[in-house]
Design a binder for this molecule. Sequence first.
Ligand SMILES: Cc1cc2nc3c(=O)[nH]c(=O)nc-3n(C[C@H](O)[C@H](O)[C@H](O)COP(=O)(O)OP(=O)(O)OC[C@H]3O[C@@H](n4cnc5c(N)ncnc54)[C@H](O)[C@@H]3O)c2cc1C
Length: 499
Amino acid sequence: MMLKFRGIDFDVVEASDHVGGRCATHSFVGVGPDCAHDYYDMGAMRIPKIGSMKSTLNLIKSPSLLNIPDSLVEYVYTVYTVDCQGNPTYYEPFCYWYQNKDSPECVSPNCSKMLSKMCSRSSSPRYKSTSTRDRTTTPPGIFSCFLPPASFNRALTETLSDYADFVQTDQKGWFRVEGGMSFVTDTMAARLKSTIWPQAGATSIDVSLSTPAVAMSLASDGRTIQVTTGGEKSSTNSYDMVFNTTALGPLQQMDLSGLNLDRDILDGIRALSYDRATKVAINFNKRWWTGFYPNADAMHRGGGVSSSDFPLGFTVYPSWDNGDGTNVLIASCAWAQDASRMAALVPDYTDPSTPTPSYAGPIAAVCLEGLVKLWAGRQEAPTLKDLHDYYITHYAWAWSHDLCTCGTFALFGPGRFQNIYPNAHYAWISGALDSVLFSVIKFLAARSTESPDVATKALKLLASDSNPDKKHFEKNERGEHPEGDERLAYWCAEASAMK
Ligand SMILES: Cc1cc2nc3c(=O)[nH]c(=O)nc-3n(C[C@H](O)[C@H](O)[C@H](O)COP(=O)(O)OP(=O)(O)OC[C@H]3O[C@@H](n4cnc5c(N)ncnc54)[C@H](O)[C@@H]3O)c2cc1C
């Protein structure tokens, strides 16, 4: 969108048969009775209302960008009340070790205090080179309740960044996107295709679907980059610049030998690990879980998340009220090792010999049995027979098995890449947007002959609101450097969370 805004000629090639990548909404339309929200987000599903998510919120809301502000609606993360000491008591079922009881006491409030203290020092190099495991001994088990096994080996800074985002969001709340997160990426593709965005007469750009980039190399003139695509539309084209926005797994699968990249970069592409996530949604003909909502208002708002150490990990209750009819529940949202174990049960839906989804299928059976254990002893607890009666269909997605992502998002180990540590929000859509914003600013600076300092100015602007250079970035003024397009730099800075 930024390149189109600037009037730069470009192509977009996409390996899969749809746009969106890790913003992916699965629709149950046509399976069972129709209902208002018959979908679930297999990837990104919520946006914290915090400053560091500004680039995502701006993208969705801004009249000059996607202009779909009404699609941002409340996402209810947890349903809880606060006791007189300020400690939250959750209404949703939590279950640890089959006893249908809350997580061990050490989690709160001691855990919160300790993590908050660490967060305030998290930029310390000591934390970057420390693993979460190294900090798990005092007090015992402190992390075990909310970190899935195998997350222990990630850098402590990772745990702290995650935690800090969630703590901030506690106060501010969350959004989801009505219609699912794919609505955002579909609207982005529509803006590229539009002949009236950003202004009448704009060139329409079609994303070339099912067109994987398979190789990149420097052309013999040493100035342009040749991109070879596979699939039915196999071809090789030359470009002045290539923005690769794939995750590093798919990038490693491309033939990059002709780019003459430094060994360090190739090692980095190979070495950075990615987390795993598997999400299973079940379409039920009854909203059977409403018993935990404390009142009619809470029931109408919906939402909530259950946590357990069963294979299903988290259960996410939808933040809407579909009435008594068809309702989609994210029965299992599993991360790290839990996700790998669930992934082993995910069938290949594109294989015609895969049986039609049924409650007896391996992954549905694990989820339904888990839900029964999670709810055991609660008011209106369902039996397995009840859930079989309510079951319509299900769908499961394992990101580790997705050919186009090979995982969820980067998960830095202790001490890995600490000198080039990226922004702390790369596991969010905003992190992806911010990286692109900076790359485009750098690109504009590099292609400008008269204004090599645009990037420097933009960075200054990002760093300080009161910077006098800001006057150069006023909206609708081209600025003093014709090639640099400071309007776009301003636009980038406005959209960035780092302003
Ligand atoms: C399970 C999960 C939950 C998440 N939850 C949230 C959340 O709640 N909120 C939030 O803000 N963020 C969340 N995120 C993170 C967010 O989804 C990502 O940060 C963001 O979508 C990444 O966008 P991207 O464009 O950088 O990469 P991607 O979305 O991965 O896009 C890369 C694109 O490149 C394509 N591609 C791959 N290989 C090739 C090739 N060889 N040639 C051409 N194209 C190729 C892919 O098909 C894909 O479309 C979540 C992610 C996951 C996986």
